[in-house]
Design a protein around this ligand. Structure first.
Ligand code: UFG
Length: 328
């Protein structure tokens, strides 16, 4: 029997890659997206329902139309810097929107829920490798909004038996090697696409946000994970839920940290071009170092990241960057 999965944010970067992975695994992904930051051209692997997560009536209609076996919830605002200036935007969309979605899922008796969370829920814990038991002390509104949704899911588990898998992402990068979907944000704030834009002259030099962090070269350290590996973990998480294994939290990262300067060095090597950059001030809300302890996903889910080396992620992003994107 065909099994539908609601994919909120399916028109976005990670959601569209998840739709492709779900389709390859035999599910039908139903994209639910309000197109506030997504691209209709990215919806290629199943039906599209244009719907805002705050619109409960519309959500109820979607659940009733497809009788999904599960929800994969990606839709969210995700800019750390913006979340520091406009916290209400993050609490309204990310928290109230998620609450509305969770209530609709429970009302439709769809009790399997995969949630896209973030290592930003851990906050700034210097020189610590973060595992799933690390204390969560977010330092920005974005991380706080995701932590709040994690708590909502726990409460709905207790009250209504909503089984959920929470994935705490580290820094997602790269793109579909077939080039069917890729990363494109408007505005763009992420390091790798901004760097590729600077390399190709599409925008001015990259600004390194802070060179006085307590790291070996003074720039922030992040753990980059390939989007295709990341969405593979989601399919495993979905199967975990459908097999009745219950609620669980998994980090998704590689355990390797790279500084901003190291990412610049890799980009130079991959593209064979200089990276124009200037050194600037710190960006509000940035943590010094976020590196994952991801053994749990490997040992329990059987996750086997295949593409998450930095050179390959930059090469995939560079290929996509050169072939164009959704903007008309
Ligand atoms: N950076 C720069 N210059 C830029 C852009 C980024 O120096 O123009 C630096 C940032 O300061 C940071 C690193 O590059 O040190 C990575 O920045 P990104 O904006 O690419 O990613 P973030 O780490 O800020 O955020 C990402 C996701 C969030 C998630 C977070 C967890 O966008 O959703 O990872 O680390 F919560």
């Amino acid at each position: 029997m065909t099994q539908h999965v609601i994919v909120t944010g399916g028109a976005g970067y990670i959601g569209s890659h998840a739709c492709k992975a779900l389709r390859a695994a035999g599910f039908i992904p139903v994209t639910v997206d309000n197109l506030s930051t997504g691209w209709e051209d990215a919806v290629k692997f199943g039906p599209f329902e244009r719907c805002d997560l705050l619109d409960r009536d519309n959500l109820d209609a979607v659940f009733s139309k497809y009788s999904p076996v599960a929800v994969m919830h990606f839709a969210a605002f995700s800019q750390v810097g913006e979340s520091m200036h406009d916290p209400a935007k993050y609490w309204r969309n990310n928290v109230i929107g998620s609450l509305t979605l969770v209530e609709a899922a429970v009302a439709a008796n769809c009790l399997n829920f995969v949630f896209s969370s973030t290592c930003a829920t851990y906050g700034d814990q210097d020189n610590v490798v973060l595992d799933e038991n690390s204390v969560q002390l977010p330092i920005n509104s974005y991380g706080a909004s995701k932590k709040a949704v994690e708590d909502i899911l726990g409460n709905f588990q207790q009250a209504f038996g909503l089984d959920h898998v929470i994935f705490r992402y580290f820094n997602v990068a790269g793109g579909d090697p077939d080039g069917e979907v890729g990363e494109f944000h408007q505005p763009e704030t992420h390091l790798i696409p901004l760097m590729l834009d600077a390399i190709s002259g599409k925008r001015d030099a990259l600004t390194i946000f802070g060179t006085d962090y307590e790291t070996p070269d003074g720039t922030c350290v992040r753990d980059y994970v390939h989007v295709c590996d990341l969405v593979d973990a989601h399919v495993l998480g979905l199967k975990w839920l459908l097999e009745g294994k219950g609620s669980r939290v998994f980090n998704l990262g590689t355990g390797d940290g790279f500084s901003v300067r190291e990412v610049i060095d890799h980009s130079r090597a991959v593209t064979n071009k200089e990276v124009p950059y200037v050194e600037g001030a710190r960006r509000a809300g940035d943590c010094t170092k976020l590196v994952s302890g991801s053994e749990r996903a490997v040992t329990e889910l059987g996750w086997a990241p295949m593409r998450s080396n930095l050179g390959e992620m930059i090469a995939d992003a560079w290929r996509w960057h050169q072939t164009g994107h959704y903007e008309k």
